[in-house]
Design a protein around this ligand. Structure first.
Ligand SMILES: *Cc1c(COP(=O)(O)O)cnc(C)c1O
Length: 427
C-alpha cells in the first residue's frame, strides 16, 4: 500500500526497511495462523470463566478501607482460579510487581530450616536478592532458608542427575522459572515443565513446586498449573493484565499455598479478607479479558523481530523458526552502541514519551547497568512494546510486548532503521 509506505517514511522507516520486513512477513503466515488459534482458545477459556462466575457491573465497584466483603475482588480471584485450573487464587493490586508476588509465594511457604531449590539454574536477577544469593536485608537467607541450585546442561536441558542429587530432606520448595529472563537459555514449554515436576515429585512427593510464570501466560493453551505446579505466579503489568491493569500480581495454586500467601501479604489471621480494590477492578477484569489477544500480538512481534534480525547475522533466542513458550525475544547485538540504537528505535515508535532517548542506568535489584526502552501508558509495563537488557556480554536486548501487533511491527522496523542508520546492520 503506497500510502502506508509514505506514512511510514514520514515516521522514520525507509521503504528499504519496510520491504525487507514485508518479505519476512510473507514467510510467517502459517505461524501467525497458529498463534491466532491459540488466542481463540484462550479467549474462550477466559470468557467461560467470566460467565461461570457471573461477572457483572457490581464487580467493578470501588471499595476502600479494609475492603471487607469485596465481591469484585473475590470474584476476580475465582475467575483467575478457573482459568488456571487451581483451587484458589490471590490477585491483588497490593501486590506491587512480579518480584513481590514471587517473594510472597516463597516467604509464605518456606520456614527457617527449609531449603529452596532451583533446578533450572540461577533465577531472574531480582530474585537473587530475595533468595539471598546476593546478600540483601530481609532475604530468605537471613531468615534461615537455605538455597541450592542445579544448573542446566550445556544444551539448555534439565540435568536430572544433578537435580536428583540436590533434592534432600530439607528441600521444601522447588522454583521453576518458565521464561529465560535476562539469560540466553531457552524458555521451557509447559510440557517440559510438566516432565520436570513429575521427576521432582517422584523423588519427593510432598515437595512444593512454584512456577515463575512471568511472560508465559496465554502463549500456550495450558499453563504450568495444568501439569502439577502447586503455585503459578506472575505480574499484572505483563501478560495477564492485558495492558490495562495499572498494577498487581497473581498467585494461583492450591488452597493451602494460596492461603499462606494471603497471610503473608496482609497479616496472619487477616489473609484474603482485607485489601480494598481502590477502583481498579474494571481494568483488572477487562485486561484479563483482552490478555489472550494482546499476548498473540506480542508473540507475533517477537517472531517478526527474530525473522528480521537473524538473517542479518544477529543470534536470536529463540531463533527465527523454533516454537515459542513466552513473548520474549532476545537479540544478541554484540555492543552497547547497538543496544542503544535498538532501544532508540523502539522508544521512537512509542505512543508515550516517543521523544525520549533511552540510556543505560543503575536500576534497583539489578547488578549491571540496564537500558530500557518503554514508552508505555502504564509505567514499566512490559506487555506494552518495550526493550531492555543488562549492559553485559553478549549485549543482548530483550524485546517484548506490544498492545497491538501493528505497533509491535512498527517498533521493530524502527529499531532496525536505527541500526541501519548507525551503520550497525546492513540490509
Ligand atoms: C519480569 C520477571 C519477574 C518479575 O519482575 P518485576 O519487574 O518485579 O515484575 C520475575 N521473573 C521473570 C522471569 C520475569 O520476567
Amino acid at each position: 500500500m503506497e500510502r502506508l509506505i509514505e506514512f511510514y517514511q514520514e515516521m522514520g522507516v525507509s521503504p528499504a526497511v519496510y520491504h525487507y520486513g514485508e518479505a519476512a512477513l510473507d514467510r510467517l503466515k502459517d505461524r501467525f495462523d497458529e498463534i491466532d488459534k491459540i488466542a481463540e482458545y484462550n479467549q474462550a477459556k477466559v470468557l467461560s470463566a467470566m460467565q461461570k462466575n457471573r461477572v457483572s457491573a457490581a464487580c467493578f465497584a470501588a471499595t476502600t478501607g479494609y475492603g471487607y466483603d469485596d465481591i469484585g475482588r473475590d470474584n476476580l480471584e475465582r475467575v483467575y482460579a478457573d482459568v488456571f485450573h487451581t483451587e484458589a487464587a490471590l490477585v491483588r493490586p497490593q501486590i506491587t510487581c512480579g518480584t513481590h508476588a514471587l517473594t510472597v509465594a516463597l516467604s509464605a511457604n518456606l520456614l527457617p530450616g527449609d531449603e529452596l531449590l532451583s533446578p533450572v539454574g540461577i533465577p531472574y536477577d531480582t530474585l537473587q536478592e530475595v533468595i539471598g544469593i546476593r546478600p540483601s536485608p530481609c532475604s530468605l537467607a537471613e531468615y534461615g532458608v537455605t538455597y541450592r541450585q542445579a544448573d542446566l546442561k550445556e544444551d539448555g536441558s534439565f540435568d536430572y542427575d544433578a537435580i536428583r542429587e540436590a533434592i534432600n530432606e530439607k528441600t521444601k520448595l522447588i522454583t521453576i522459572q518458565r521464561s529465560k529472563g535476562y539469560a540466553t537459555r531457552p524458555t521451557f514449554s509447559v510440557a517440559q515443565i510438566g516432565e520436570l515436576i513429575a521427576f521432582c515429585k517422584n523423588i519427593k512427593p510432598d515437595v512444593l513446586i512454584m512456577v515463575d510464570n512471568c511472560y508465559g501466560e496465554f502463549v500456550e493453551t495450558i499453563e504450568p498449573s495444568d501439569v502439577g505446579a502447586d503455585m503459578v505466579v506472575g505480574s499484572l503489568i505483563k501478560n495477564p493484565g492485558g495492558g490495562l491493569a495499572p498494577i498487581g500480581g497473581y498467585i494461583c495454586g492450591t488452597k493451602t499455598c494460596v492461603e499462606r500467601c494471603a497471610y503473608r501479604l496482609s497479616a496472619p489471621g487477616l489473609g484474603q479478607e482485607v485489601g480494598a480494590n481502590l477502583g481498579l477492578m474494571l481494568s483488572l477484569y477487562q485486561g484479563f479479558f483482552m490478555a489472550p489477544t494482546v499476548v498473540a500480538g506480542a508473540e507475533k512481534g517477537a517472531i517478526f523481530a527474530a525473522n528480521l534480525y537473524e538473517p542479518l547475522g544477529f543470534r536470536c533466542v529463540p531463533n527465527a523458526t523454533e516454537s515459542r513458550h513466552d513473548i520474549i525475544q532476545a537479540v544478541e547485538l554484540g555492543s552497547e552502541e547497538a543496544m542503544i540504537a535498538f532501544c532508540k528505535g523502539i522508544q521512537g515508535a512509542a505512543p508515550v514519551d516517543s521523544f525520549a532517548t533511552p540510556l543505560p542506568w543503575d536500576m534497583p535489584g539489578y547488578n549491571d547497568k540496564v537500558i530500557m526502552a518503554a514508552g508505555a501508558f502504564i509505567q514499566g509495563s512490559s506487555i506494552e512494546l518495550s526493550a531492555d537488557g543488562p549492559i553485559r556480554d553478549p549485549y543482548a536486548v530483550y524485546f517484548q510486548g506490544g498492545l497491538t501487533w501493528y505497533h509491535a511491527k512498527l517498533g521493530i522496523l524502527k529499531s532496525l532503521q536505527e541500526m541501519v542508520n548507525a551503520g550497525l546492520a546492513a540490509i
